[in-house]
Design a protein around this ligand. Structure first.
Ligand SMILES: Cc1cc2nc3c(=O)[nH]c(=O)nc-3n(C[C@H](O)[C@H](O)[C@H](O)COP(=O)(O)OP(=O)(O)OC[C@H]3O[C@@H](n4cnc5c(N)ncnc54)[C@H](O)[C@@H]3O)c2cc1C
Length: 327
């Protein structure tokens, strides 16, 4: 019986969210009169033991297997499920990161248990298998919901940045665990990495020119690329665009993409659905270009041009070039 924290790390580099998750796990364990244990997956996690003991993990379960050389959601989820079956924790707590959510969701499906993501608070009841009262964020953080989880083992993730990490050193015992894994867990696994080119990114650029379904095709982004380049910015997009395969997911703005806060956000042919809006709403200025004057993004933007983006964007580019004296 314990609170088991699933450590998020990338080949031995700890995800910053793990420290807050360990702190929350320790607080929860203490409220439940039990201990906090940690689970690391992959041989390259060995160097993390000192940090895990500094943050109060009384046991570090280390899962080693030749398949676990890099991250794979099925493989990591299966490892968590096997460790849960072997050690019967009361609570499994994952990080509120993309990987953390993925691993806990995978484990929950394999254990046939519910999982609650993005919690900000946990209140245990007095009995060991009683309900866990939770506060969790919904709708991209715009709503806080109180919920009760009464499954025999509670699988949850902690919303990122919801607690300040605090050290509390204990002496940790390391227990090696060798899971039984086969090729069925390697459907999706990281096999290759391409370094991002240095420079401004979607998350840091002061100008983002974003396109939505209204752009119509991958080729339709050429004028948006030109406008972004003239303004020293980068191109973003909506999920309709990534779903259509017109651009990579790395360009997506929103709840399941990147949250941005540029000086100016130019949204072309984007309706401004809530899931997109939560990723763009921190922009300091928004210009919407849309044929629909009732579109959500138009009603929220500081500036709007009601018109066809295929005419408006080239016209803006031409005017910028004319004013700069470009030919
Ligand atoms: C769990 C979940 C997570 C999601 N996460 C995200 C996310 O992270 N990011 C995201 O973007 N979405 C996300 N979505 C999808 C979201 O709900 C919307 O479906 C999506 O944002 C719509 O994309 P869009 O605005 O490009 O397309 P649409 O809603 O189809 O809007 C197209 C817009 O283009 C305008 N238009 C059409 N032609 C032209 C033209 N020639 N010139 C100018 N304007 C034109 C139309 O008037 C319309 O306003 C998520 C959905 C779910 C359920």
């Amino acid at each position: 019986m314990s609170v088991l924290v699933v450590v998020d790390h990338d080949r031995g580099i700890l995800a910053p969210a793990t420290l807050g998750t360990l702190t929350a796990g320790r607080n929860l364990a203490s409220a439940m009169n039990t201990t906090m244990e940690a689970l690391t997956i992959g041989a390259n996690a060995d160097p993390l033991n000192d940090t895990l003991s500094a943050y109060g993990a009384s046991v570090v379960h280390q899962a080693h297997h030749e398949i676990l050389v890099d991250y794979g959601p099925d493989a990591w989820g299966e490892v968590v499920a096997q460790v849960v079956r072997a050690t019967s924790p009361q609570v499994v707590l994952g990080c509120g990161t993309e990987r953390g959510h993925e691993i806990v969701a995978q484990a929950a499906a394999r254990l046939d248990l519910p999982a609650v993501m993005n919690c900000t608070e946990f209140k245990p009841s007095n009995s060991p298998d009683g309900v866990l009262t939770l506060t969790r964020t919904r709708w991209g953080g715009s709503l806080l919901e109180k919920a009760e989880l009464d499954s025999p083992i509670k699988l949850v993730t902690l919303a990122d940045h919801s607690i300040e990490p605090v050290e509390s050193k204990v002496i940790s015992r390391v227990i090696k665990f060798v899971p039984t894994l086969d090729a069925s867990v390697t459907h999706s696994i990281v096999r290759n990495r391409v370094e991002r080119i240095a420079g401004v990114t979607l998350a840091t650029s002061p100008v983002v020119v974003s396109g939505g379904r209204g752009v119509g095709s991958a080729e339709g982004f050429a004028p948006l690329e030109e406008l972004a380049s003239l303004l020293g910015g980068v191109v973003g997009c909506s999920r309709a665009v990534t779903n259509n395969g017109w651009r990579n997911h790395t360009d997506q703005v929103g709840q399941t993409g990147t949250r941005i806060a540029p000086d100016i956000y130019i949204a072309c042919g984007i309706s401004g659905a809530i899931q997109h809006w939560v990723g763009a709403m921190a922009s300091k200025n928004i210009l919407a270009i849309n044929i629909d004057k009732e579109a959500n993004i138009v009603t929220k933007a500081g500036y709007a041009v009601i018109g066809d983006l295929h005419k408006v964007v080239p016209a803006i580019c031409a005017e910028i070039k004319r004013r700069r004296g470009d030919s």
